[in-house]
Design a protein around this ligand. Structure first.
Ligand SMILES: [Zn+2]
Length: 617
């Protein structure tokens, strides 16, 4: 078994070939099924010779199967599904041939593939297993560093390399962070749990087994409240957490496929071997790719808020394996479960799941539900499709048994209480608090995504005076845009201190300066023009800077009236024309008043006084 697994993974090109063949057969079957149903468009479409040769018999079988399916008929004609079918995967030449649509470019195909396949009669049942790397500075059972990105195989020792005569020593910091995460996931914590050995033989696992938790995970029966995408009805949905358990990570293999005469090979880096993980398994509560992405994003927020991990998908410190199956709505029994992995963004996760749901739905619609096999598929970002990786191993293959080198794990009440007491405010709580301040949902999302931004915003609020809504607006708008632009700074280290931003917003809201003047001086503020000490020739307050620049707004009605009088006196002809009915001249006067005031007249007030005086009131 082990040899087969290793061979399958190391021989990536062969696996891909297999996937192509499978795809071609499927295309032929779809084409025949469509033809069988009498679609003129499909009959006219050229079927590729190779595909037809690959499965002439299969096509005939598919026609029979269509007649005897016990699934509800799709609500739209099958030929309407086919053009968007994921079975029409782009080929390596970058083009796809879709029945009835001829040859499409890769980008056209992508557009078609991105349309989620939803047939009201079928539903996807989706559960997620997430591996979260715990951010302790040392590994789970030895003192090796966990720093990411260092020279390969420089962070190893006899313990994590599984040398004879070594013993693992459990890192207490890992347990504390794992328990904190368990509490954050609302799990029931098992007071006594144990570690088990999971055996498998693969070059990324030097010991030949992984220390994990099998039948006694430390956390069970939890939940996470996830903000669902608006497209799926919005609101919050509770996603059940089946279990959370601790284990150690494997090393990292980098594969180099065969090239010409050169055999394929893989390089192993064991820096990651033995780094602590918590695996979190959800109930099959999710239905769409967007929901999966929303859950993943919320879990990452939780991990970051609790400071138990960095949740970095692209560095692999958070990895989501998604289990997807499709069934007719109303049927109790689940369809065959397919695992999809290797997605390095939430966006990719969403697309991978939608693709897989579409693939399975298409197969069921073509009467081929029995051809959906339990397997692991990998997301191919370049081709925007899932590709078969390996058939799933059963539980028995791992030959679990209790880890003899580690005693049972026992949590005291005091230990759990200490973890609970040390917990910060969680994303859901912050969302509720900001919502109560009247902030728009979009701003709340931006703020909550980043713990530093939350800390900064709260610090601004503490200064008092500035209303929350415009404060959030400036912070998530202009300030965040500046942080993201060339400066690439973290909000916590930017020179504009929370007190100064609060004062800035207050000055605008109270009419001391206009929003436009605010935009003019913001770059200086962001660069640190105002500091509490006023050092380096800086200013001690935003007001001081605004006054120095002559940007204070004129909000005194008498002063504005005087300016208006001057403007009217200087333009008697235009005034006469306006009063004779030439309304268009209003703009001329507004411009003249603003110019006369050096751009500092409060626009609303100036407009009001100007109109009154123009009409001779
Ligand atoms: Zn080590």
């Amino acid at each position: 078994m082990a040899a087969v697994r290793a061979a399958a993974s190391l021989a990536a090109p062969a696996a891909r070939l297999g996937a192509h063949l499978e795809t071609d057969k499927a295309t032929a079957r779809v084409a025949r099924t469509v033809a069988h149903r009498g679609s003129r468009r499909a009959r006219a479409a050229p079927t590729r010779a190779s595909a037809a040769e690959a499965a002439p018999k299969a096509g005939a079988e598919a026609s029979d199967e269509v007649r005897r399916v016990d699934f509800p008929e799709p609500s739209r004609p099958f030929s309407a599904v086919a053009p968007r079918s994921p079975l029409a995967t782009p080929r390596d030449d970058g083009d796809a041939r879709l029945e009835g649509f001829g040859r499409l470019t890769r980008s056209q195909t992508r557009l078609l593939l991105f349309v989620p396949q939803s047939t009201p009669e079928y539903e996807a049942v989706i559960g997620i297993e997430t591996h979260v790397q715990i951010n302790t500075s040392t590994k789970a059972f030895c003192k090796c560093s966990t720093t990411y990105g260092n020279e390969p195989n420089t962070q190893t020792c006899p313990v994590c390399m599984g040398f004879p005569g070594t013993l693992p020593v459990l890192n207490e910091g890992v347990v504390r962070k794992a328990v904190t995460l368990g509490v954050g996931l609302n799990c029931a914590l098992r007071r006594v749990s144990k570690f088990d050995r999971k055996q498998y033989f693969y070059p990324d696992l030097p010991k030949g087994y992984q220390i994990s938790q099998f039948d006694e995970p430390y956390g069970e029966h939890g939940f996470v409240d996830v903000v669902m995408p608006v497209e799926d009805g919005g609101g919050e949905r509770r996603v059940g957490i089946t279990r959370a358990h601790m284990e150690e990570d494997a090393g990292k293999l980098t594969h180099f496929p065969a090239k010409g005469d050169q055999k394929g090979y893989a390089l192993a880096d064991y820096n990651r071997a033995g780094v602590a993980l918590v695996e979190i398994v959800t109930e099959p509560d999710l239905r769409t790719g967007r929901e999966v992405a929303a859950y993943g994003a919320e879990l990452r927020r939780l991990v970051r808020y609790l400071d138990v991990g960095d949740g970095n998908l692209s560095e692999g410190s958070m990895r989501c394996d998604v289990n997807v199956s499709v069934r007719p709505k109303g049927r109790e029994r689940f369809g065959t479960k397919v695992e999809v992995k290797n997605m390095n963004s939430f966006n990719a996760m969403s697309r991978a799941v939608d693709f897989e749901v579409a693939r399975q739905t298409e197969m069921i619609l073509a009467g081929r539900e029995h051809d959906i096999v339990q397997e692991t598929r990998t997301w191919d970002e370049a081709r925007q499709c899932t590709v078969s990786m390996r058939k799933k191993e059963g539980l028995a293959d791992y030959r679990y048994f209790p880890e003899p080198d580690l005693p049972p794990l026992e949590f005291s009440d005091a230990f759990v209480d200490a973890c609970r007491d040390g917990m910060p405010e969680l994303p859901a709580q912050v969302r509720a608090r900001y919502k109560a301040l009247g902030l728009p949902a979009a701003d709340v999302q931006v703020l909550v995504e980043d713990t530093e931004l939350v800390r900064y915003f709260d610090a601004c609020l503490e200064h008092g005076g500035a209303p929350a809504k415009p404060l959030a607006n400036w912070l998530t708008g202009d300030v965040t845009a500046w942080l993201k632009s060339d400066a690439k700074r973290a909000v916590g280290s930017m020179p504009l201190r929370p007190g100064a931003l609060a004062e800035f917003v207050t000055l605008i809201e109270t009419g001391v300066m206009s929003g436009k003047a605010g935009k003019d001086i913001l770059p200086d503020l962001l660069a640190g023009a105002v500091s509490a000490e006023g050092h380096d020739g800086g200013f001690v307050s935003v007001l001081e800077l605004v006054e120095e620049r002559g940007l204070t707004q004129i909000s005194d009605p008498d002063a504005i009236a005087a300016i208006v009088d001057e403007v009217l006196a200087a333009n008697p002809d235009q005034l006469a024309q306006f009063r004779a009915g030439k309304d268009k001249l209003k703009g001329f006067f507004v411009g003249a008043v603003l110019r006369e005031s050096g751009g500092r007249a409060n626009p609303a007030l100036a407009n009001e006084i100007l109109m009154r005086k123009l009409k001779g009131e």
